[in-house]
Structure formats: structure tokens, C-alpha cells
Design a protein around this ligand. Structure first.
Ligand code: EPU
Length: 342
């Protein structure tokens, strides 16, 4: 297809973000191969257009129409690219559905991603915020990714250290934000696998199922059950997963808070800092199950904001601001939003 034929004008985005927020893109292109993108980058119009790369839209708050070009990453494919004594090395296109990819690895008997089952979004989006759940972060299984540099059209390979992964964070949310379209991601799935069942909700679920020695599939099933109970299905209730990161406070701040709230959940960090549970803080401020206009705080998990119907980006931001102010006033703790706000 000629590059110009890829470009669509004035495209609605409400079905392309899991919060179901209304917004339009002035220009839109579905990218199915890296070559299509490279051809687009070579056109004269390219450098005049502001760009935004969209994956599954599950970690995105759209605050209004986007006057530039939305690039929808739809690159498909998944394959075993190597196998040695230690690991299976598996590569997937950025547009693959994350959960389907996890299930595909498990069906083939390659464990390692089971704790990340049912996370919404695409493979290409997974490294952007280093998705994590139930004691595992994607970074631990990540080998490398290939991304197209949107300024030059060159394909660049990023290994783990180049991605600078952190908690729900990577270079692609900071210094490299907006510069690349992730085309494919490669994972190393360990042959010497051990189950990660330390997280209380998953341990309890396995116990209920009377599974003492779980397979990777058993863990995926337990994770799916826990997630389905606690988190709203974006196909039914618009949401973007956890709306805030769990805040990390220094030891002195934590000591002050713990003296006052001994029951406060806490996760000690290697450097002496302490991660707090944002959902607990928000619930304590009385927000759980409450609405502000068409946006609400999910009744089963206070860290998730939900679309009660007809919400706009500004409604989401208004509730997020009100929650941050409450938490600041009550605990002196700053909450930082997790999704990308456009
Ligand atoms: N809690 C409450 N009230 C609430 C919610 C939570 O008191 O309304 C308490 C829980 O009882 C528990 C603690 O807070 O003691 C932690 O809650 P939970 O296990 O539900 O996990 P979370 O810290 O709220 C994080 C991730 C989730 C991930 C789960 C499981 C972040 C920002 N969120 O949530 O990730 O699924 O752990 O690992 O780190 C996402 O990033 O979008 C996401 C859903």
C-alpha cells in the first residue's frame, strides 16, 4: 500500500481506549508491518505531524481530540526463536494481545509469564510501563525489543538495561517518550522454573483449590480468578486498571504513618524505603464505591477508576485530582497517576 493510502482522517478513538473516553484523531494509521511505518516516515508530510503511538489503549486517558497522527501498532506474529539448556526464547509482534500471548506460551509448555495472565493490552505496550502483577514484573522475563525510531525510520534494539525498567516505568515513559514505535518484544522463559506464589491473593486461591504443587497453568488460572473477582472487565466497565502507582515513601515518613495506622499494608523496598498500597489509602479516605459525575471508584478495588457511562477525560482527571487531594490531606502522601494522559 502506498504510504498516503495508510492515512485516515478524523478517526474516533472511543473504541480504542479501554476507559471508553471520546476523542478523535485528526490523522490515523494502522501499522501492520515495520516497513509500512518506514515508508510513512519517508513521506514529506511526516515531519509536520505530531505523533502518538497507541497499543491496546488500556493504560491511556484521552483528555480531548488529538490534532496529530495516531499510529496504531498492529504488528502480528509470535514464534519460538531459540532454545538452549536454560530457556525458551520467544518473540511476539507488538500488536499481539498480551493475554493471548501468555496463554499461547503456557499451551506450549513454556512457563514464566503465568503471573501476568489477563493483564489487558498488547505485547508492545507491556515494556512501556513494565507491566507487573502478583509478584512478577515483565522486566524479569524480558530479553530485548525492536523499535522503529520515528525520527529516522531506523530499527533500534533495546536490551534490558537500555529500557531502564522501574516499577511501572521505563525509558519509554521518560527520556524516550514519543520517540519510538515498539515493533516486537523478545522474552526468555526459564527452563528451571519455580512457581511465584508469595502474593497473598494467589496463595489463598491455590489453597482454596487444594493445589499444593501448582503448574504454571494452575497459577495462571488462580491469577485469572483473582483478577476477575477484583478488577472490572474493561469490555463491560470502562477502566484503565490501577489509576495510581503505589507510592514509595522514605523510612521516616513510613515510621510516622505506621505509628498512626499500624494496620497499613506495606512492602519494604531493598533500599530501606517502603511502598504503600494506594488502594488502601484511597479506601481510608472514603472514596471506595463513590462517584464524582460520570466517573467512579470501583467498589471492589479503590485503585481503579471506572466509567459509569458517558465519562470524558476531564471528568476522570477531576476525580483523580480530588482523590490526590484527599490522600495528601489525610496521609501527607503524593499519588502519581499510572496511565499515560494525552
Ligand atoms: N486494598 C485496600 N482497599 C482497596 C484496594 C486494596 O485496602 O480498595 C489493600 C489490599 O487489601 C492489600 C493492598 O491494598 O492489602 C494491595 O491491594 P491489591 O493486592 O489489590 O493490589 P494493588 O497494590 O492495589 C497492584 C498493582 C496491580 C496488580 C496487583 C496485584 C499497582 C499500581 N497496581 O495493585 O496492577 O494487579 O498489585 O499484583 O502496582 C495495574 O497496574 O493496572 C494493576 C492492576
Amino acid at each position: 500500500m502506498a504510504p498516503a493510502a495508510l492515512l485516515q482522517r478524523d478517526v474516533p478513538l472511543h473504541r480504542l481506549n479501554t476507559f471508553g473516553l471520546p476523542a478523535r484523531a485528526a490523522w490515523f494509521a494502522a501499522i501492520e508491518t515495520p516497513a509500512q511505518l518506514v515508508a510513512l516516515i519517508a513521506t514529506p508530510e511526516w515531519r509536520y505531524l505530531q505523533r502518538f503511538v497507541l497499543g491496546g489503549g488500556s493504560n491511556l486517558i484521552l483528555t480531548g481530540d488529538f490534532d496529530g497522527l495516531v499510529l496504531h501498532a498492529r504488528i502480528a506474529g509470535r514464534e519460538l526463536i531459540a532454545e538452549d539448556d536454560d530457556a525458551w526464547t520467544v518473540r511476539a509482534g507488538a500488536g499481539e494481545c498480551w493475554h493471548d500471548f501468555v496463554c499461547w506460551t503456557l499451551e506450549r509448555g513454556w512457563p514464566g509469564l503465568e503471573n501476568l495472565a489477563l493483564i489487558p493490552g498488547t505485547v508492545g505496550a507491556a515494556p512501556i510501563q513494565n507491566i507487573g502483577a502478583y509478584g512478577l514484573e515483565m522486566a524479569e522475563r524480558f530479553q530485548q525489543l525492536e523499535a522503529v525510531d520515528l525520527a529516522t525510520g531506523e530499527t533500534v534494539t533495546f536490551d534490558r538495561s537500555a529500557c531502564r525498567f522501574g516499577y511501572r516505568d521505563s525509558a519509554f515513559k521518560r527520556e524516550a517518550a514519543g520517540r519510538y514505535l515498539v515493533a516486537a518484544v523478545t522474552f526468555r522463559l526459564p527452563k528451571r522454573w519455580r512457581p511465584l506464589t508469595g502474593y497473598a491473593d494467589v496463595a489463598r486461591e491455590l489453597e482454596t483449590r487444594k493445589i499444593a504443587d501448582p503448574t504454571a497453568r494452575d497459577i495462571a488460572d488462580a491469577v485469572i480468578a483473582v483478577r476477575s473477582r477484583k478488577l472490572p472487565d474493561p469490555a463491560r466497565i470502562g477502566n484503565a486498571g490501577s489509576f495510581f502507582k503505589n507510592p514509595v515513601v522514605d523510612a521516616a515518613t513510613f515510621a510516622r504513618l505506621a505509628a498512626r495506622y499500624p494496620e497499613m499494608p506495606r512492602y519494604a523496598q531493598p533500599d530501606g524505603a517502603v511502598k504503600l498500597a494506594a488502594g488502601w489509602l484511597i479506601e481510608r479516605c472514603g472514596w471506595k464505591g463513590k462517584n464524582l459525575g460520570p466517573v467512579g471508584v470501583y467498589e471492589k478495588q479503590a485503585l481503579v477508576l471506572v466509567n459509569r457511562g458517558g465519562a470524558r477525560g476531564e471528568d476522570v482527571l477531576r476525580l483523580a485530582r480530588a482523590i490526590r487531594e484527599s490522600v495528601r490531606a489525610m496521609f501527607g502522601v503524593e499519588l502519581e497517576p499510572e496511565p499515560v494522559v494525552l
